[in-house]
Ligand binder design. Structure first.
Ligand code: NAP
Length: 327
């Protein structure tokens, strides 16, 4: 192994945005010998080989993990239990199993019990992403300057934890160690709730769209224009970007971080009702003082260099600088 090579053989289970980005970054920096990969569909597996971010494609997780020093599960959280069960007999002694899931307690619950003695589980979550998915959406810079939260259980194998920390550090992340329960609570408010709100607002707007169309006659034809789309730059546009995130991934996040999400949702609903009341009773001072406070939060986000986004560049946001509360 050369000095820069961290792992002789890596197995990636899931070859979408996160799996392909990690593979590109590991390859770019010469951190791996061989990357073996698998995904659910043959189309994704062959696309990954064609693009060149994996060295070998395998039909099953069991085959992909053979002789791997580290296995990184990059599939939706809801698929982790079945993946762990399938790959377990093929894991070599001393191998590290990690993941990138946006929820941590459920992954520990679903993966841990399947792993054989001598295999080390070190869960992780790169807090970096875009609304795009699939093998073509990845790029090596995705993790640069972004946090990666690693959530080892108390007493976890120290050398394995250090290796996972080193991997994320070398691909450009700022690594934080955190308790998994705490992770799920923090992410419920910083990521899961914002996504839920975006899905809900865009859903409401789509329900109202029928009533928010303007009809005009052009060259004798009746033209119907959606005012929701036309005037989306008023704020709605940012929600549509978040609400375009992968449906399966987000379904699994909400179903697997149920308690923490319901807790912050309850609190959020109360705060929203208080704002509704302030508007109804003309309590401008309440509104203004909240908006002052939230403006300070935005300044804090910018100061911590977490405001930029690698989201697909859309017309009018060429600098990609929109806030992106990705998981
Ligand atoms: P993605 O682009 O949709 O890719 C998911 C990949 O998992 C696909 O290659 C899919 O295969 C594969 N897959 C699904 N079920 C599988 C199974 N049972 N066995 C093997 N492979 C399977 O998703 P992603 O955005 O990379 O997200 C992957 C994980 O990263 C999720 O757990 C998510 O919570 C986490 N995460 C996502 C973001 C983000 O912003 N997207 C950020 C941080 C963490 P097919 O293509 O064949 O369907």
């Amino acid at each position: 192994m050369s000095d820069t090579v961290l792992f002789d053989r890596v197995a990636l289970i899931g070859l979408g945005l996160i799996g392909s980005s990690l593979a590109w970054a590991l390859k770019r920096d010469g951190l791996v010998g061989h990357i073996a990969g698998t995904a659910r569909s043959a189309a994704t597996r062959s696309k990954a080989v064609e693009l060149g971010f994996i060295d070998s494609a395998h039909e099953t997780a069991l085959e992909a993990v053979a002789d791997a020093d580290i296995v990184v599960i990059c599939a939706p959280v809801g698929a982790c239990a079945a993946i762990a069960e399938e790959m377990a007999p093929g894991l070599k002694k001393g191998a590290i199993v990690t993941d990138v899931g946006s929820v941590k307690m459920a992954v520990i619950r679903d993966v841990g019990p399947h792993l054989p003695e001598g295999v080390h589980l070190v869960p992780g979550h790169p807090v970096a992403g875009t609304e795009n998915s699939g093998p073509e959406s990845g790029f090596p810079e995705l993790f640069e300057g972004r946090y990666c939260i690693v959530t080892p259980a108390p007493g976890a194998h120290e050398a394995a934890v250090n290796k996972v920390v080193e991997m994320w550090t070398k691909v450009g992340s700022n690594v934080e160690l955190m308790d998994a329960v705490h992770h799920d609570r923090v992410l419920a408010i910083t990521s899961h709730l914002p996504h839920l709100i975006a899905y809900s607002i865009v859903g409401t707007a789509s329900d109202l769209e029928e009533h928010l169309q303007r009809e005009s006659v052009q060259n004798g034809d009746l033209i119907r224009t959606s005012e929701v789309i036309k005037f989306s730059a008023g704020g709605f546009r940012d929600f549509t970007r978040i609400a375009a995130s992968d449906p399966v991934m987000w379904r699994d996040v909400f179903l697997n971080n149920k308690e923490a999400v319901l807790e912050v949702l309850g609190r959020f609903t109360e705060d929203l009702t208080a704002l509704q009341r302030a508007i109804r009773w003309g309590e401008g001072d309440i509104l203004e003082s909240l908006f002052e406070r939230t403006r300070d939060i935005r300044r804090g986000v910018i100061e911590m260099k977490q405001a930029g986004s690698f989201s697909a560049v859309e017309p009018g946001q060429e600098d990609g600088s929109d806030p992106d509360p990705k998981s």
